[in-house]
Design a protein around this ligand. Sequence first.
Ligand SMILES: NC(=O)c1ccc[n+]([C@@H]2O[C@H](COP(=O)([O-])OP(=O)(O)OC[C@H]3O[C@@H](n4cnc5c(N)ncnc54)[C@H](O)[C@@H]3O)[C@@H](O)[C@H]2O)c1
Length: 404
Amino acid sequence: MINVVGLGYIGLPTALMLADSGVEVIGTDINKEVIETLRNGKVTFEEEGLTSLFKSALEKGIQFSESYSESDFYIISVPTPYNKVNKKIDPSYVIGAIKQVLKVCKKEAIIVIESTVSPGTIDQYVRPMIEESGYKVGIDVHLAHAPERILPGQMIQELRLNSRTIGADNLKIAQKVKDIYSSFCEGEIATTEIRTAEMTKVVENTFRAINIAFANELTKLAHQEKMDVYEIIKIANMHPRVNILNPGPGVGGHCIPVDPWFLVGDYPRLTNLISTALEINESMPEHVLSRIHEIMEENGIKDKNKIGIYGLTYKSDVDDVRESPTLQMFEKMSEKFSTPFRVYDPMVTKKIVDSQVFDFDQFLEESEVIVIMQNHSHIKENINKLQNKLLLDTQNFIENSYKL
Ligand SMILES: NC(=O)c1ccc[n+]([C@@H]2O[C@H](COP(=O)([O-])OP(=O)(O)OC[C@H]3O[C@@H](n4cnc5c(N)ncnc54)[C@H](O)[C@@H]3O)[C@@H](O)[C@H]2O)c1
């Protein structure tokens, strides 16, 4: 039996995939509401294919509990935020979860840390804590790291098809972990040592952050020169060895704006490129604000109540608002406008900010300028309702609109 600890965006689908593949699974979360919701037969967030996977996993016997279970295999999938002052990882959730696991695990249990961690976290924080608790790593318990690469919106498909990395202290443990993940993962599984697996995951997200930053920097440069950045990128990408990404209104979510900071925090003198890239990405919500300001001036609009923001999530067609560009923009608004603009997002049914409205027609009626921060399928389906509006399209999918 496998105990999956932490049933959020990563832990829940992982637990369900395992159960669906016939593995006996108990999912544990310290959040009572999460467990109650799952026990009541409902999923805790929106994701393509999650509900049917959940149904199938329930039929195959998955269980949910607020307590940790006695087991010989654990998957830890708890948050790993960074300290915004020194940029280093905050490993307290991982440490806290493993401390609880140690109280109930069987001898020689394998503890797989699936949470993204800064390179060296397991050596620096996890091993010493286990030893201080009176256990010997490699004798009483074994450690492994199996970071996750899935893209929200395509999680289920990517869990099945993506290749992945497993880091362990020896080949025998690596193989055992690989066997478990192979129950649902059809992608290639590379095995390596733990520190390399930790570094690999953070490097992947850093690569993404830097490449997005390049596109974002080009956008600002092209805007100043009154040039079309999208045309420049399209033509440049015809070069056989050039592949510039799309610019955007900022980078959100729990991974790309967070994980590269781990490297900056630990190696401040060796990460100039990385820290500059992160700062460029973090400056994009402010660039959107200044574009709004320019559009208002150009059209003689003085009343900020005429502005409506479409999109509160950090990605299209998901309901996750963590670190979203819109929320980042609202944080910075006080400099140019006092209170946040009206905002609407069809994917977000909970109230996140005071200025949020829940009726699309009311949103349209009250907004003269609409800033599209996310291209949810919903807006694509309702594009005809946007006629007669001034549009700032940060996602570049509507012709004849203002761009970044
Ligand atoms: N969300 C993504 O797209 C994504 C992608 C790749 C990797 N990751 C990484 O996966 C990890 C988990 O991220 P997430 O997005 O699933 O986070 P999340 O916040 O959605 O879920 C974490 C869950 O862990 C629970 N939890 C916290 N402490 C616990 C404890 N001691 N015992 C049991 N449960 C506990 C919380 O209640 C929460 O439900 C992070 O390290 C993240 O960086 C996330």
